[in-house]
Design a protein around this ligand. Structure first.
Ligand SMILES: C[S@@+](CC[C@H](N)C(=O)[O-])C[C@H]1O[C@@H](n2cnc3c(N)ncnc32)[C@H](O)[C@@H]1O
Length: 228
């Protein structure tokens, strides 16, 4: 007999399938409209910060704005260190999970009005979030507005050799509410010109050989008119 099947995506990357044979969680993957699988690690969002992430978090100045915070594991780690932090994410499932973990989160897009404009010492774009909205320069400009003049924008990027790619993407499997969205993927050697277009400069790159992850630490460049 065929097992009866219902599936529910929790909006933060893990799909729960219930059949007459039991419950199974399986991973959602992200695909571009030209058929390429894009980097995505949903299990990471639901876990604890990795050793490299813990070192990264320990080096951040507060207050911290975590853009696209997902279920809030980085916010929780910051809270444990006594660093003031706020998350922003439009996905209700992600916001619900983060709040249950005790994190402060606003259910909004990074492009919506946000508190503390120009006052965030660290603005995070972790786990490929530099791709949010499909236009990294626009996103970096928005993060620059949000950051303090002495602040840092930390953007996770992909391995060397990955040129900047903009595309429409969607999560698979999708169950009814799953539509195409604009996304971008940026390699570590493609971030510098994008940063300059957003009036930012690459202060340094951090890399972890074990986890094979790259982070660009971006500083605000003064513009010709002396503004920020
Ligand atoms: C790849 S997940 C990152 C999860 C989290 N940063 C982590 O490391 O655990 C991307 C997140 O970005 C959020 N997102 C998508 N568009 C956004 C927007 N316009 N503003 C803020 N967050 C957004 C999604 O809802 C999702 O939770």
């Amino acid at each position: 007999m065929t097992a009866l099947r219902t599936s529910v995506m929790d909006q933060v990357g893990v799909t729960t399938t219930r059949t007459t044979r039991g419950v199974r969680n399986h991973e959602v993957s992200m695909w571009s409209d030209d058929g390429r699988r894009l980097p995505l690690d949903p299990h990471r969002w639901h876990g604890e910060p990795s050793p490299f992430e813990q070192r990264l978090v320990a080096g951040l100045d507060g207050p911290v704005l975590d853009v696209g915070c997902g279920p809030g594991r980085i916010l929780t780690a910051l809270g444990q260190l006594g660093v003031a932090a706020l998350g922003v994410d439009p996905a209700p499932g992600a916001v619900g999970l983060a709040r249950r973990r005790g994190a402060r989160v606003l259910q909004r897009s990074v492009f919506d009005p946000l508190p503390g404009n120009g006052g965030w010492r660290s603005v995070l774009l972790l786990d490929g979030n530099v791709g949010i909205g499909g236009d990294p320069v626009r996103l970096l400009r928005r993060c620059r507005e949000l950051a303090d003049r002495e602040g840092t924008i930390v953007a996770e990027v992909e391995a060397p050799g990955q040129r900047m790619q903009r595309c429409r993407a969607r999560l698979v499997p999708g169950f009814g509410h799953n539509s195409w969205f604009q996304w971008a993927v940026v390699g570590v050697d493609a971030i510098a010109p994008l940063a300059v277009d957003a009036a930012l400069g690459v202060a340094r790159i951090s890399h972890d050989a074990v986890e094979q992850r790259w982070f660009a630490h971006l500083a605000i460049l003064e513009t010709d008119d002396g503004g920020t």
